[in-house]
Design a binder for this molecule. Structure first.
Ligand code: 1OR
Ligand code: 1OR
Length: 301
């Protein structure tokens, strides 16, 4: 059962349209909160939220159980809520010329219902539970007032910054917007370490300002622990893709050259969003092998 209590906020210092006036609080157990937090972390469009906005959104979301075979959304209806999948399998079904086609499957993750809310259009698909499932529900008002506003601002900021990143030219506008949602800006000072060779980490980085020096331990003289400069990554390039492509620890260390701004993409987003870039990255990574042999005499790292 879901209990809801309307919440009055005092308005001092609050700018208009912060969304506070829209919040209906739904109290949650610690266990529910943990599940919701984990689901939200994987929802790219929520990454633009600041802590306060995130808290408002979390407070107002509530759990909804859906029995197998039931429709959450019906194609052609007006948009009401936005949904994040907590558990279960859901299918997006589009009916065209009397024929129904499953166009997307949410397998215990993902979110849906954003299109009608973003563009004020009728629901573009039916979303049906193909097993018993659990969803987190956010009202359309909250989604528009808080989530979309923040996401649009972030997309606007990132659009310009990402123009320099060559590999992202492979993506459609829609794909690029999803990437922009998922990115986090990171700043480093000259000489600062971004990550170390051997680290177990899978984030991918785009260089937006400054440059990054890639260094490797000198394998011809392991005892020395000396690092050798391998290459520099200029504005518009990426690095950190190898660990993810090969599921290996970091092949080299990365250090900031000058004041550096990076856009960081977490592994979950990378996996879901950069499919179209993967082949190019793999091809480019082949080019690492020749200098590696020249430098260290073998491919063994
Ligand atoms: P909505 O508010 O229109 C239905 O309600 C939801 O299904 C929609 O938002 C999306 O969140 C979700 N086309 C349209 N809607 C889709 C699609 C889709 N996939 C998921 N939804 N596809 C194109 C089909 C021609 C599939 C794209 C991979
Ligand atoms: P990563 O996730 O392994 C280190 O973390 C990153 O350094 C790596 O992904 C690449 O993005 C980047 N060999 C291996 N990694 C390299 C190399 C490289 N250059 C950049 N990276 N070589 C340089 C070829 C010009 C071959 C080594 C001699």
């Amino acid at each position: 059962s879901i209990s809801a209590e309307a919440c009055n906020f005092d308005s001092d210092g609050e700018e208009e349209g912060s969304g506070k006036d829209l919040v209906v609080k739904h109290p949650k157990s610690d266990e529910q909160l943990a599940r919701l937090n984990s689901a939200i972390t994987k929802t790219f469009v929520f990454k633009a939220l600041n802590d306060e906005q995130r808290e408002l959104v979390i407070d107002s979301m509530y759990e909804k159980c859906v029995a197998k075979g039931n429709d959450v959304i019906r194609q052609g209806d007006d948009g009401d809520n936005f949904y994040i999948v907590d558990a279960g399998i859901f299918e997006a079904i589009v009916k065209r010329d009397g024929k129904s086609e499953v166009v997307f499957k949410y397998d215990n993750s993902g979110s849906f219902g954003e299109l009608a809310l973003m563009y004020n259009t009728p629901r573009s698909a039916t979303v049906r539970a193909s097993t018993d499932g659990v969803l987190w529900t956010l009202s359309g008002e909250m989604f528009r007032q808080i989530v979309l506003k923040a996401a649009r601002k972030k997309r606007e900021e990132f659009r310009k910054l990402l123009q320099s990143v060559t590999i992202l030219k492979e993506l459609s506008t829609y794909e690029l917007e999803n990437v922009a949602d998922a990115l986090i800006l990171k700043k480093y000072k000259n000489g600062e370490c971004i990550f170390k060779e051997g680290d177990q980490a899978y984030e991918l980085y785009f260089v937006l300002a400054g440059a990054v020096e890639i260094r490797m331990l000198d394998k011809s003289n392991r005892q020395s622990g000396q690092q050798v400069k391998i290459t520099e990554c200029p504005v518009g390039s990426y690095f950190g893709e190898l660990a993810w492509l090969k599921k290996d620890p970091r092949a080299a260390s990365a250090y900031a050259l000058g004041n550096v701004t990076l856009a960081e993409l977490d592994v979950y987003a990378f996996e879901r969003l950069l499919g179209p870039c993967r082949e190019i990255m793999e091809r480019n990574a082949k080019a690492y092998e020749k200098p590696l042999i020249e430098k260290f005499g073998s491919l063994a790292m």
